[in-house]
Design a protein around this ligand. Structure first.
Ligand SMILES: [Zn+2]
Ligand SMILES: [Zn+2]
Length: 230
């Protein structure tokens, strides 16, 4: 136990038991529902876009650790609004454990073309909000994931427009709100890159879809959305 843990001991996000962010019994409540196609949100093996749903500048797949309910919901809220940043590492560990256990081929695939292959890109936060909050949770998650599985991490997107928080907006309002909110940081990305686009939650997908559009318009070959919850 380190000094920090002594004053801010880790508590389970499910039942409140001290010791870790997810105790052995609550960890089972991080439900990995069937994965869905990011376009029609109907079941799809591995979360891959159905061939008929695939759009030219659209996402190639969506993978989420679990559904947005306790204890995952609580963990994300702690990370995002209470700035408990070391929770990010526990969540990424769960993600990697899951891949290793159930879909080892996914790890093989993303690590296959190392160097010119899969790159981790976070959904950016508007500068003012990031200053106020102190960190971008998607960037934090992306950096941890990249270092743990040995992939490149790059901030290939910038947020150029201040948008209203998506919370409370309807689907079409979200889409309109987020339109043209991002721009491309060309110096950071080689053409033909395969990208894992990282965000904390998939709600309607409008933010991740808009980010994917910008990446693909700028030469990305394939883009998968990776989120903690959906
Ligand atoms: Zn618990
Ligand atoms: Zn589909």
């Amino acid at each position: 136990m380190n000094f920090f843990d002594l004053f801010f001991p880790k508590k389970c996000c499910g039942c409140g038991k001290f010791g870790s962010y997810f105790c052995d019994s609550c960890i089972k409540n991080i439900l990995q529902q069937d994965l869905v196609c990011p376009n029609c949100e109907k079941n799809s093996i591995g979360g891959k876009s159905h061939p008929l749903c695939q759009k030219r500048y659209g996402l190639d797949g969506l993978w989420s650790l679990g559904i947005y309910q306790a204890p995952l919901k609580k963990a994300i809220q702690k990370l995002k609004y209470k700035f408990v940043s070391d929770i990010a590492e526990s969540l990424i560990d769960l993600m990697i454990e899951y891949w290793a256990k159930y879909t080892p081929q996914f790890i093989d695939e993303i690590k296959k073309d190392r160097g010119e292959g899969w790159i981790i890109v976070p959904v950016p936060l508007y500068v003012k909000r990031q200053k106020w909050r102190g960190f971008n949770q998607s960037a934090l998650l992306g950096k941890i994931l990249a270092s743990k599985i040995g992939l490149e991490y790059t901030e290939a997107l910038k947020r150029t427009k201040h948008t209203k928080p998506q919370v409370g907006l309807q689907g079409w309002e979200r889409k309109k709100n987020i339109k043209n909110a991002f721009s491309f940081n060309s110096k950071f990305l080689n053409p033909n890159s395969n990208i894992l686009l990282i965000d904390d939650v998939w709600t309607t997908g409008s933010t991740l879809k808009e980010c994917c559009y910008i990446l693909k318009r700028n030469g990305a070959k394939s883009v998968w959305a990776i989120t903690l919850a959906r």
